[in-house]
Design a protein around this ligand. Structure first.
Ligand code: XMP
Length: 514
């Protein structure tokens, strides 16, 4: 079968959202590639894309170390969409006095975008006259360069939110059309790729599955690969995509870290049978995890320790299988937030990124997002068991005992509490509507009263969020009745005196507490 053609080049200028642009295009049916600015020119010359997108980024055009986009990209006549920093670069290159340097810190958060009804842009076709969008920038375009028309402004008209020069096929937006907080449902990217660049919608899930199988097989050659299957969407879907193709070359196993949810291991076994994965359960390292990871209370140190122990255990297991490669279900989000993707900044260390075990690593899902993996799971008939389960981080409940050393007892408290909250949410028919539910124990002790006695105990916090891709999340608000029911159930534990609810959005909070 012929390979789907890459139609759009995304030049990565350091935005946290670069992979999100690629995902949105894939969702719309357009295949794209992300490249660093210095690699872009040669690629354009050899591949002639139908469109170019300049991602956002945290630099200022005045910074000496700002990404160096080759000016020659402007000479091909290929349509270019500049987002955020990308817009500022386009403006600056056309008129060196166009950029107003930031005066009072960054503008960050939702903005109301008003489309110019006198200069209607093809980019905003099929959108309302006004939308709410997500914006994050320091500098801004103070005046549109000659030849450019202003096509959108902020509510008060003080910020130029979009401009274009149709003759030169240059389009620019200050806000981020790719993120879900921008209420355009991908219409802007669809207009750019489909209408302005005339790209063909020819990229389907089947193409994606075939690419995953073929690329993995090519990288593995005649080697033996191990894959840690957690029972979560990512690793289970990946193992079931690859098991028929790799056969005996694939060794799938599950490591019990002691940080699993209630009933998890039984569930994982059941899923493996349904997904036709020959899975080995390895439980002899549980105490080692609790002993070594439990000691630290600092979030990053804990993740680093978990990663170290996980790495050690993985290595022993790999040796026993005589493995040459390891296959990982790492997603784009993991790489972006570990700072491993393109130019984006480190937010959290993930336990399974860049483990350096002396094995060759293959990460076939590393430019996919959660909802896409869920769609692939559906293609494999794993719908009921896998795709509807809420995600759970690799370090598991270790990340949900906050501020105190993690012990078996505290893990058990959060494990039970997590189970009780899940049951209550399911009973009320809302569990499936929530993207992720997190129940964590806060190690700060506070005073409570139970029966006639004073109790000096812990707090449990319940966090329910909704999102499509976990790059950004918003709170999923529970009704007072459900909160009351959850609180009453959780404070039955003698060491729990309070229950709190956390609906802070991401950003600024992350989904997990650590
Ligand atoms: P954050 O907290 O970064 O979480 O907003 C985004 C999503 O990623 C999950 N997560 C992890 N998954 N290993 C994983 O496999 C990890 O170390 C990890 N940390 C966070 C988190 O549960 C949420 O779904």
């Amino acid at each position: 079968m012929e390979e789907t053609k890459t139609q759009i080049l995304i030049i990565d200028l350091g935005s946290q959202y670069t992979e999100v642009i690629r995902r949105s295009l894939r969702y719309l049916g357009f295949k794209s590639v992300i490249l660093a600015p210095e690699k872009s020119l040669e690629w354009i010359e050899n591949n002639t894309p139908k469109g170019i997108i300049l991602s956002g980024g945290s630099a200022s055009v005045y910074d000496l170390d700002a990404p160096k986009i080759p000016k020659k990209i402007l000479d091909f006549g290929i349509p270019i969409l500049g987002i955020c920093f990308g817009m500022q670069w386009l403006a600056y290159e056309s008129d060196k006095s166009a950029i107003e340097k930031v005066k009072e810190g960054k503008s960050y958060g939702p903005v109301e975008i008003n489309f110019n009804q006198n200069n209607k842009s093809a980019l905003f076709e099929n959108l309302k006259e006004q939308i709410n969008a997500w914006s994050s920038h320091g500098d801004s375009v103070g005046k549109a360069p000659k030849d450019f028309l202003i096509t959108a402004t902020s509510k008060e008209g003080s910020v130029i939110e979009a401009m274009e020069c149709v003759e030169k096929r240059l389009y620019a937006v200050q806000f981020h059309p790719e993120v879900e907080q921008t209420e355009d449902e991908n219409i802007i990217l669809n207009n750019f790729a489909g209408e302005i660049c005339e790209c063909v919608k020819d990229y389907s899930k089947k193409d994606l599955i075939r690419e995953i199988e073929e690329n993995t097989k090519k990288l593995l050659g005649t080697g033996v690969a191990i894959i840690g299957v957690s029972g979560g969407v990512d690793s289970t879907t990946l193992a079931s995509i690859l098991a028929p193709k790799l056969k005996d070359q694939l060794k799938a196993f599950f490591i019990d870290t002691g940080g699993m949810r209630k009933g998890e291991i039984e569930k994982v076994k059941e899923i493996a049978v349904k997904a036709a994965i020959n899975l080995q359960i390895i439980d002899k390292y549980k105490e080692k995890f609790i002993r070594e990871v439990g000691k630290t209370t600092d979030a990053e140190e804990k993740r680093a320790k978990f990663r170290a122990v996980y790495g050690e255990v993985f290595q022993e297991v790999a040796k026993s299988f005589k493995a040459t490669h390891m296959i990982q279900g790492t997603l784009a989000t993991d790489l972006i937030e570990s700072g491993s993707a393109g130019n984006s900044a480190l937010i959290k260390t993930h336990h399974n990124v860049d483990l350096n075990l002396g094995l060759k690593e293959i990460s076939p899902l590393n430019d996919l997002f959660k909802f896409e993996v869920r769609e692939l799971a559906r293609e494999f008939g794993l719908e009921e068991l896998v795709s509807k389960r809420q995600p759970f981080p690799g370090p598991g409940l270790y990340l949900r005992v906050i501020g105190v050393p993690v012990t078996e007892e505290l893990l058990e408290i959060v494990r039970e509490a997590d189970h009780e909250v899940t049951e209550i949410l399911k009973k009320h028919g809302i569990y499936d509507k929530i993207s992720q539910t997190i129940v964590a124990l806060l190690g700060v002790k506070t005073v409570g009263v139970k029966g006639d006695g004073r109790v000096y105990g812990y707090t449990l916090v319940v966090r329910t969020v909704e999102t499509a891709d976990f790059m950004t999340v918003k709170g999923f608000y529970l009704t007072p009745e459900i909160c009351e029911e959850i609180s009453s159930a959780l404070v039955k534990h003698p060491k729990i005196v309070r229950v709190m609810y956390d609906w802070t959005s991401k950003p600024p909070a992350t989904t997990e507490f650590e």
